[in-house]
Design a protein around this ligand. Structure first.
Ligand code: DGY
Length: 325
């Protein structure tokens, strides 16, 4: 019998062709949470799931999916999936590593520059009609923070962290790095997290969100950051305590923040982060380039196709499922 694969978003039909030959596709459209609103029959007959990072794939959901054979996410991060629950049922979980490294590193650097040199604030200033009416060019007009020659601390030295380090070298920055695995990277001075926070003019976060990294940058850690530092986060909102970040910005301890990710997405319009002029906020667009997103979709479809053809998933976050079967 042909397998039934549910896709939680209308991915481009031209990318789905090969998959459609291998299974019946059930493409969901509408507002979230799509999966949670499926009937028990629809859930029970689902053999595979291709999802986005906005879908919550938790134990309660998959307990109602007795025939589920794989989950393939169009994302590198899998914090929206209860991987432990999937592993317990020998369900491989696929993700999309590698292809979004440069796009995300570019976004981190764009946010770093925008926050340091007040790009978004300057744009608002002009559009609100203030330039010329209130002030004109002067030696102390709209001063920002020097990037070139500064010290960048990178938290997490995986592929994206390393790509950010390469960009920093081009700006003549000294680069410090800390990663939980203790990995050493050429051109990056490995230090403890404490030393990184103490010495860095800019701190950029590049870790996956997990139990160990949730709230890693809490109030106590933020308090130890170098006065006047800029924090950039393109990883996951849950790694940074947002109330502590707001407090540190409001007190002037931190200079600015560049944020692509938030504890709750979409961020609420009345969130205090959005009231601070030195917060540059973008809506989780780290990997949002046409080419990158096409590659992510292709990897996710490739992961699903492999399982449907009886092969191991090429990009599996819990490969142990293949050795325990
Ligand atoms: C991911 O794939 O996890 C990224 O956050 C998408 O930008």
């Amino acid at each position: 019998m042909r397998k039934r694969v549910v896709i939680t978003y209308p991915l481009p039909p031209e990318r789905l062709g090969a998959l459609a030959n291998l299974c019946d596709l059930d493409v969901l459209e509408g507002s979230q949470p799509l999966l949670q609103s499926l009937s028990s029959e629809q859930l029970a007959s689902c053999n595979g799931l291709i999802c986005l990072l906005t879908d919550s794939i938790d134990r309660a959901l998959v307990d109602n999916m007795p025939n589920l054979q794989f989950v393939s996410s169009v994302s590198v991060g899998v914090d929206h999936i209860d991987v432990e629950a999937m592993t317990a049922r020998n369900i491989p979980v696929g993700h999309t590593p590698g292809v979004l490294v440069d796009a995300t590193a570019d976004t981190a650097f764009a946010l770093l520059l925008a926050a340091a040199r007040r790009v978004a604030e300057g744009d608002r200033y002009i559009r609100e009609g203030n330039w010329g009416r209130k002030t004109r060019w002067s030696p102390d007009f709209f001063l920002g923070k020097d990037v070139s020659g500064g010290t960048l601390g990178i938290i997490g030295l995986g592929a994206i962290g390393q790509a950010v380090a390469r960009r920093a070298a081009g700006f003549g920055m000294s680069v410090l790095g800390w990663t939980p695995s203790g990995r050493k990277v050429p051109g990056v001075d490995s230090v403890s997290l404490e030393e990184l926070l103490l010495r860095s003019d800019f701190v950029s976060v590049h870790l996956a969100l997990a139990k160990e990294t949730r709230n890693l940058l809490d109030a106590a850690k933020i308090a130890t950051m170098k006065p006047g530092a800029v924090l950039v986060n393109t990883a996951r909102g849950g790694i940074v305590d947002e109330s502590a970040l707001v407090a540190a910005l409001n007190s002037g301890h931190l200079y600015a923040a560049g944020l692509d990710v938030f504890e709750r997405e979409p961020i609420a319009m009345d969130d205090p982060l959005l009231r601070h002029p030195r917060v540059v906020a973008v809506p989780h667009i780290g990997s949002a380039t046409t080419l990158t997103r096409a590659k992510m979709v292709d990897l996710a479809i490739g992961n699903a196709a492999a399982v449907l053809q009886g092969q191991p998933m090429p990009h599996c976050v819990n490969p142990g499922v293949y050795t325990t079967q």
